[in-house]
Design a protein around this ligand. Sequence first.
Ligand code: GTP
Ligand code: MG
Length: 301
Amino acid sequence: MTDSPSSRCGFAAIVGAPNAGKSTLLNRLTGSKLSIVTPKAQTTRFRVLGILMRGPAQILLVDTPGIFRPKRRLDRAMVQAAWTGAQDADLVLLLVDARAGLTEGVRGIAERLRGRGGRAWLVLNKVDLISPPLLLPLAAELGALAPFEQVFMVSAATGDGLDALLAALVEAMPLGPHLYPGEDLTDLSDRLLAAELVREQIFLQTHEEVPYGTTVETENWQERRDGSVRIEATIYVARAGQKAILIGEGGSRIRDIGACARRELARLLERKVHLFLNVKERAGWDEEGARLRALGLDDPG
Ligand SMILES: Nc1nc2c(ncn2[C@@H]2O[C@H](COP(=O)(O)OP(=O)(O)OP(=O)(O)O)[C@@H](O)[C@H]2O)c(=O)[nH]1
Ligand SMILES: [Mg+2]
């Protein structure tokens, strides 16, 4: 099947401004929670591959970090990862939050896509939040900025419009053998997924600069004889004040973060999970090459 003459396989990268709904779209299309989602911008920090099998096609969907004007070394590495994702793809889906409309950020991304050449589709997302007559003018404005082959209007949250997008993706994949085993869902390791689910809870349960000052690494992974797994993760914070906030009064915040992340992890891994979190202060981790590489990012220097 995988090397039959009709088999198709290709990379489709989902790019866009922070908070457009890229990770929501990846999860919805693959039917699994591969990439973390929060209401905060800049949630995704590295490329996340979702492997989707549809008929003869293996669609390799790539979720990318939102593209914004980077300041820290971490931010530069995130934005670089997004553009590398676009560069390496057979097809780019520019995902736009239709309610936010044509922002300066989106304009910049569309213009750079035009300069890059290659195949691009426009996907207007969050159509559940705006009235349909506003969609056509937005599509036209964006269409004037870059030559999009096709335009889709979807809601990654409700699933509206995704059947048409998926059918078009199957058709758009180049002929060729599948690159991954059909049963694989992603190329992310369980260790990285575990760290991400902890980070998701930090993004959901803390505010202001705390989530942005935080990174999570899985330090230890022990399979137990009873089938459960014991996971130790370290949360690095940039400042002492952030550590205090994360831990919370009497340890209440870190307990809640751990409890929610453990539940999500148990569901994903389909087994019992024991999760232990340490919080360490590490000033400047977001400028540190080793921390970025631990996230699978290339160090932009
Ligand atoms: N109403 C509505 N909300 C959506 C839709 N798609 C995503 N969202 C919400 O938008 C927010 C951001 O979603 P994400 O999937 O994390 O966005 P992202 O583009 O991956 O963001 P970054 O990783 O920060 O670049 C979350 O609160 C989602 O629930 C949609 O179609 N409709
Ligand atoms: Mg994301």
